[in-house]
Design a protein around this ligand. Structure first.
Ligand code: HEM
Length: 417
């Protein structure tokens, strides 16, 4: 098959990092295409955007995940040896663990711990009576919930340290300079902490409850029927803890959306659950979070006139696909009502990846994410009275994950439980 790649390609890493959410989508729209080739981190990379491109990207016969994510991402956000970089039977077996720990009783258990953490934290906020940096407050709250749910006794009472460690993995992974170094160090510390705990659990040196997530990870058997090496088990436990704490980003964006679109507050406070669902989906569609996901081409092929060479890195644009005018009318408008009349497909609404979760790489944590967002909405609109005290709510699209440029602060005036 002829390789039609251009011999010279300039590197666009700086352009990508300065506008990571819009880099791929804007170029695809400008050139009226779903795919273009560029260099990122000096490597040739095929960039894909749109629903047809998403359907292609999740074709497991065409792409694989081994070594797909760049090293700086594996050294901070993902960890090395985790489910994100597995393929085929090894992936399916490991993924089954995540599906079990993110649905059913496990999900209900996490929600119960989160509800307790809301009550504890809300009392503390009221006593303090000060403005809260909402992102900090939510990261602490979710760290408590996630660590208790996972059965991590050492975390109890050590919340600032654990919150810092788990947050650095997603909040500073893409930061320049020292921030990225802090993320690497936090990963090293957290993996050592949890790998030791896994070894202790296997040797019977802990009194971990047998129904907690740490126990399930410690005793999970891979496709070759072997237990995971302790360091990899730690990576997978962090694949549950880290993103649960990262839901704090969506909770900030939820409060941001409620502040900018106050007309929805009254019906939502009255318990309109259909509207609540639509509002939460629109927050996940409209706001930036994860810009893109990466894979590698399994075998040479041509698609839409573009040559896909075996081994080449491919990146699928999540934000741009969620804003693609071919799927979404008036995509830049925040309109929760669109979800009342339009059912999203697995390839046009992909804030947490596309296709399906169990047999592919889609995020297994969507049910947890949506449930924690529903719970937060209920807490904020039915159990607290709060005001947003930040004046400038403009979002910083160059930050990963994107957040308001000025920290979003609230003052809690009343708590009713
Ligand atoms: C904070 C909100 C979240 C966002 C924006 C998010 C986003 C994503 C994205 C974009 C992917 C990659 C999909 C792909 O590679 O095709 C992913 C994968 C994953 N997520 Fe999430 N996620 C979130 C919450 C969660 C939660 C709460 C959990 C578990 C408790 C979780 C666990 C995972 C795991 C284990 C993977 C790897 C799946 C695989 O490779 O098969 N995520 N997530």
């Amino acid at each position: 098959m002829p390789d039609q790649s251009k011999p010279f390609l300039p590197d666009h890493t700086v352009a990508f990092l300065s506008d990571p959410y819009r880099f791929i989508g804007e170029r695809c729209r400008a050139e009226t295409c779903d795919v273009f080739e560029t260099r990122l981190l000096f490597k040739r990379t095929l960039c894909l955007s749109g629903p047809e491109a998403a359907a292609l990207f999740y074709d497991l016969n065409r792409f694989q995940r081994q070594d797909a994510a760049p090293e700086p991402v594996r050294a901070t956000l993902f960890g090395k040896g985790g489910v994100q970089g597995l393929d085929d039977a090894a992936h399916r077996q490991r993924k089954a663990l995540f599906m079990r720990l993110t649905h059913g009783d496990a999900l209900q258990g996490l929600l119960a711990h989160a509800a307790d953490a809301w009550r504890e934290c809300a009392d503390e906020w009221l006593v303090l009576g000060e403005e809260l940096v909402f992102y900090d407050a939510m990261r602490t709250l979710l760290t408590r919930a996630a660590c208790r749910w996972a059965g991590l006794p050492q975390a109890e009472g050590d919340w600032p340290e654990r919150t810092r460690q788990l947050s650095a993995l997603f909040d500073e992974a893409a930061a320049p300079g020292l921030g990225h170094v802090r993320a690497r160090m936090a990963r090293g510390e957290a993996e050592t902490w949890l790998a030791d705990l896994i070894e202790d659990a296997r040797a019977g040196r802990t009194d971990l409850p047998e129904d907690c997530a740490t126990w399930a990870v410690a005793w999970h058997r891979d496709a070759d029927d072997a237990l995971m090496p302790p360091r990899i088990a730690a990576v997978e436990l962090l694949n549950l803890l880290r993103p649960t704490v990262a839901v704090s980003v969506y909770l900030v964006l939820l409060v941001h959306a409620l502040a900018l679109h106050p007309q929805y507050r009254a019906p939502l406070a009255a318990g309109d659950s259909v509207l609540a669902d639509a509002f939460i989906q629109e927050v996940r569609r409209w706001y930036p979070f994860f810009p893109a996901v990466a894979a590698r081409v399994r075998h040479d092929f041509l698609w839409q006139g573009q040559f896909f060479r075996e081994g080449r890195r491919v990146m699928l644009d999540l934000y741009g696909t969620n804003h693609d005018p071919r799927s979404w009318a008036d995509p830049e408008a925040f309109l929760p009502e669109r979800f009342l009349s339009q059912t999203p497909t697995p390839f046009n609404f992909i804030p947490q990846g596309g296709a399906e979760a169990a047999g592919n790489h889609r995020c297994p944590g969507e049910a947890i994410t949506v449930a924690l967002m529903h719970q937060a909405m209920q807490m904020l609109l039915q159990h607290l009275e709060y005001e947003v005290t930040t004046q400038n709510l403009a979002l910083d699209y160059s930050r990963l994950p994107a957040l308001p440029r000025e920290p979003l602060c609230i003052r809690v005036n009343t708590v009713r439980f």
